[in-house]
Design a protein around this ligand. Structure first.
Ligand code: AMP
Length: 187
């Protein structure tokens, strides 16, 4: 099962991707987590990504595309995987379409987490107090929303045209959304 979870920051897609991946026995691939790990290890990619991430901007496409391709080439991805936070731009989506075609992989579903900005800002500010992420401050949150609207939201149409898109109401509880996703994962 190959899935993409798409939605604004704070829509709960990371929490749900982790949980469903566990149920399906496939890796949960969070580009944000992969990038934070590169930053922590001080790699070349990490050094290039750090300032973009702290400001809430997208990391350059060539870096994220390279990270994503390397990750899905690993042996634990043979049964499928769930992408969380990738793709986030038209260039990334096009590169991913090509990657799938070259590797003869079929994208099963793209789940769009639909939730208002008002609700997600509340969640992000709450998370800021708990996790202390560098980009969970008011200025970076605002930028991440602008970036989402400009670069990532158009992907909804890309995947809708491909007939892959499933929309869920992500304003509901973690449990209610989790039940819907478990059902989607079974079909
Ligand atoms: P996330 O943990 O998904 O909220 O991502 C945290 C930050 O990592 C984002 O605000 C971006 O700076 C960067 N990032 C994550 N995924 C991508 C991506 N697909 N393309 C570019 N930058 C990304």
């Amino acid at each position: 099962m190959i899935m993409i979870f798409l939605g604004p920051p704070g829509s709960g897609k990371g929490t749900q991707a982790k949980s469903l991946a566990g149920q399906l026995g496939v890796p949960h691939i969070s580009l944000g987590d992969l990038l934070r790990d590169e930053v922590k290890r001080g790699t070349e990619i990490g050094q290039q990504a750090k300032a973009h991430m702290a400001a809430g901007h997208l990391v350059p496409d060539e870096l994220t595309i390279e990270l994503a391709e390397k990750r899905i080439s690993q042996s634990d991805c043979q049964k499928g995987f769930i992408f969380d936070g990738f793709p986030r731009s038209a260039a990334q989506a096009d590169a991913l379409d090509k990657m799938f075609a070259e590797k003869k992989l079929t994208l099963d579903r793209v789940v769009y987490f639909n939730v208002s900005e008002e609700e997600t800002v509340k969640r992000l500010l709450l998370r800021a107090g708990i996790e202390g992420r560098a980009d969970d401050n008011a200025a970076a949150i605002r930028t991440r929303f602008e970036v989402y609207e400009r670069s990532t939201r158009p992907l909804i149409e890309h995947y809708s045209k491909m007939g892959k898109l499933l929309e869920i109401d992500a304003a509901r509880s973690i449990e209610a959304i989790g039940r819907d996703l478990a059902e989607i994962g079974r079909n």
